[in-house]
Design a protein. Sequence first.
Length: 390
Amino acid sequence: MSGGGIGQRPENRRQQTVKVMWTAVWLVFLSAPVNDLLHGGHAATVQVLGWAGLAAFVVWYMLLLFRTGRGDRTNAVLGALAVLAAESALLALTLGREWLVLFVYVSIASGAALPLRLARWTIPGASLLLGALALVVPGGRAVMAALLVPALLGGFAMTGVRELIRTTVALREARATVARLAANEERLRLARDLHDLLGHSLSLITLKSELAGRMLPDHPDKAARQVADIEQVSRQALVDVREAVSGYRRPRLAEELAGAEVALTAARIVAELPAEPAPNGVCEESEAALAWALREAVTNVVRHSGARRCVVELLERRTPAGAVLELSVEDDGSGGPAPAPAGAPGNGLTGLAERLEKAGGALEANRFRHGFRLVARVPAASAADIGSGA
């Protein structure tokens, strides 16, 4: 007969107070033994021993409920319940049938303090002991039925409440875990966005700064134009970062193709780009994934390849699974993406592969004898459109 926090120790003073109040409410059913001590006509010595026994029972019962926790050993709880049952039997045999009600508390304590696999045996056991003593104690048959039902129902009700509390705690922990995973996923998304955004923009700023430095002595007007371009790229990078942080940015292939041409030209790399950015009707998720792939690929060409020529192709292919968009970026340089520690793929390609996988696509990146080639494939239609037959 205990409330919130059944099967768990109170963690603070407030929980302790609530549990004491809830448990004390159910002690009102001890009115039968109290009334027997006051008006049962027992001798003074018997009354003193009875009050002492009742007080010891209540203290032991409260300690059992309050000391129960995850760290407690099951054998210790079983031992405490055995002591409680033995005391109840002794008081009932010596003082009369009014004391049989103590077995209801023994049954309920079993449900509150023991796991279900044990409580489903100890609760009927306490009820059977109650019934056996009711047959022995004078007048016990008259109250046996009235006590057996509360003992059984009360004990199993406590197991239900205990399991409900355990499930609630598990759900709260699961919800906290989901929140942590969502936060981690958002951090990964932000890290990928910032890497792709700033890596491209800062590479372009570096190239134009070097170009402006070379032009400055002899061609100040051309250097000034490069500085103006640097300012424009910086402002756009700031806008992109803000949009990425807000989670609303969806890059477009047309914009990325234009940016790729500017970056490649500034790096003195001959750029061959498709005339059309993407076929009509392509879902936003697929287009955004290809736009990120183009940005990452061009950034790697500019920063690491040492190439003189870069070819970008965008094709639509038909496969048994449906239409697929394929973006390929090929250069004739001697390098590729910067190597990652311990031979693992670089952060850029890893993040890009994750983006494409989320869009239902795939990534291929290979060195060959005459350069490096990156191929990104995504479905032309979203999963929802495919499922609806669009």
